[in-house]
Design a protein around this ligand. Sequence first.
Ligand code: AMP
Ligand code: MN
Ligand code: MN
Ligand code: MN
Length: 289
Amino acid sequence: MSARFKIDLHSHTFCSDGELSPEELVLRAANKDVQVLAITDHDCIDALIPAADAIKKHKLALQLINGVEISTRWHGFEIHILGLNIAPDNAALTEALQQQIASRETRARKIAEKLARVLPELDGDALFEKISDMAKGDSISRVHFARYLLQEGYVNHIQKAFDKYLGRKGKTYVPPQWMSPEHAIELIHAAGGQAVLAHPTRYDLNNKWVRRLVTEFAQMRGDAIEVGLPRQNNNELIQLANYAKQANLSASQGSDFHRVGGHNELGQLLPLPELCQPIWHNWSFLTRG
Ligand code: AMP
Ligand code: MN
Ligand code: MN
Ligand code: MN
């Protein structure tokens, strides 16, 4: 099945910290021969309807999976959980996402204040307004701050903005108020979706903690972990495939595409190892025919 379909179950638009519009994203996916694409913006589902409309308008041979990437807090770490095949009109989910977006706004105000303290020529309120405008009413991200710091010459690379200011060890880090992983999984299930632990090996956790995360995710009734990640070597792929198998979880894959010219490209993934059960094994629209 994976040979017949090019499947990418993790991508972003400008409704969160991606750079493309929903229309540009689906056009690019089709152009890269992706046949199944999940849009998984951070705590936001605003891209889903415009993306579906664009697929119709351009008559693209692309199956859109309604997705979201929910930020959660687990033992002080920020852990991302994807919801795939969620009903975008589910009231409990949309309310919870509204709350997360409100938490993002509160965090952004605090980050702006902290930045104004270490960079005294900045005004906290004015900076918050600028960042808020950049997010256009959708999901405010630290990436918006990073872009601002780059644009104004405070750093020479987005990554530097995280290292120096915005990341966990940065000067202006603000611990977020995200929901728990249990809650995210419950919301995703109640909206008819599958819960996928995103990029388990990309959190700066040691192996012992990654294994603990995967085990607890399975105990919390999660459905799958991402096994196929962008810019991946074979060791990581096999390691994740084994983690999934040991925890009796399915395997997902996604490029985590954010922008053109970045490190990640849509659909650019190694094939899942045979020992995995792909999360799409029982998706009827793929198994039919
Ligand atoms: P936020 O959702 O606002 O907490 O921002 C996290 C996003 O920043 C991630 O989804 C990545 O797209 C991006 N990012 C880029 N570099 C880093 C980094 N070094 N640490 C954390 N996030 C990063
Ligand atoms: Mn992101
Ligand atoms: Mn993520
Ligand atoms: Mn992502």
